[in-house]
Design a protein around this ligand. Structure first.
Ligand SMILES: [Zn+2]
Length: 276
């Protein structure tokens, strides 16, 4: 009996061994398969010059290492997971099909590689032209740099980018100095750092005119503003204090009327609504 048992154990052992071997075989064959995939970094080394010329970015004067860095990710996705190396023309077509999105990625990479102050004129221009939403968090730096280099044309482009992509940072108040829609509720400008006075804020929104228009639409609201001596200003215009409910992240301004403005508004209300 014990002998037989031994035999059975032996059999089981050998079975175990075979299955282990099979697993090993399977593993080695699958790792061999993985090795067959093309390594995009190696292909990029080989195709780099042709890609750079085809994309027309040689004027950016980047070193080979920096070029590889800015192109690595879009290049890898253009190559894909393949076992045969695609032709350079195929990759170029795929990269070109990405259009401005590719230039946008290159812009972000450039901003990661260099400080804004150290960018060449061509590089700065490229980033401002293609950077889009990624420029919003560093708009103050870019504005300062373009101002220093006297590139008003680039500042105009930055202003367009700001109004398109600043989203919750886009203010209903335009800064009188840099002319970006970037005045924050504390009256500081997010882009150029200028601090507005309450008087400047009122000049910017034409306080008397907007309240006069408001009176024509909403008589009760107007009198509430006149009585309380202040109102809230948002992208929707003036709002009487009792009706104001700020939403999260909304930019709004508390505008306090002075004596002179109040009496001006009072006489306007008498002329528009006689007998009131
Ligand atoms: Zn400003």
């Amino acid at each position: 009996m014990p002998r037989r048992k031994k035999n059975e154990e032996g059999k089981a052992d050998s079975e175990k061994n075979t299955s282990k071997e099979e697993i090993r075989k399977k593993k080695s064959s699958s790792s061999k398969k993985a090795e067959k995939y093309i390594d995009p970094d190696k292909v990029l080394d080989e195709y780099l010059n042709e890609i750079v010329n085809a994309l027309g970015i040689s004027y950016l004067n980047l070193s080979v290492d920096d070029l590889k860095e800015v192109l690595r990710e879009p290049f890898a996705s253009a190559v894909g997971e393949v076992k045969t190396k695609p032709k350079v023309s195929t990759i170029i077509n795929r990269l070109k099909a990405m259009g401005d999105r590719l230039m946008e990625i290159i812009s972000y990479k450039l901003l990661r590689l260099y400080d804004v102050e150290k960018l060449s004129e061509d590089q700065l221009e490229f980033i401002v032209t293609y950077g889009k939403g990624g420029l919003i968090p560093i708009m103050d730096k870019l504005y300062k740099e373009c101002l220093k280099r006297n590139r008003k044309d680039l500042i105009d482009l930055l202003r367009v980018t700001w109004s398109m992509f600043a989203s919750i940072l886009r203010s209903p108040i335009k800064c009188p100095k840099c002319e970006f829609d970037s005045v924050m509720p504390d009256l500081s400008c997010r882009v150029c750092g200028y601090m507005l006075s309450m008087k400047e804020l009122k000049n910017t929104i034409h306080v008397i005119d907007i309240l006069q228009d408001f009176l024509k639409m909403d008589r009760d609201g107007f009198y509430e503003i006149l009585k309380s001596g202040f109102f809230y200003y948002t992208s929707e215009g003036p709002i009487p204090p009792s009706r104001f409910k700020p939403t999260q992240g909304q930019i709004y301004f508390e505008v306090i009327l002075n004596k002179e403005e109040k009496s001006k508004l009072e006489s306007i209300s008498h002329s528009i609504l006689p007998g009131s």
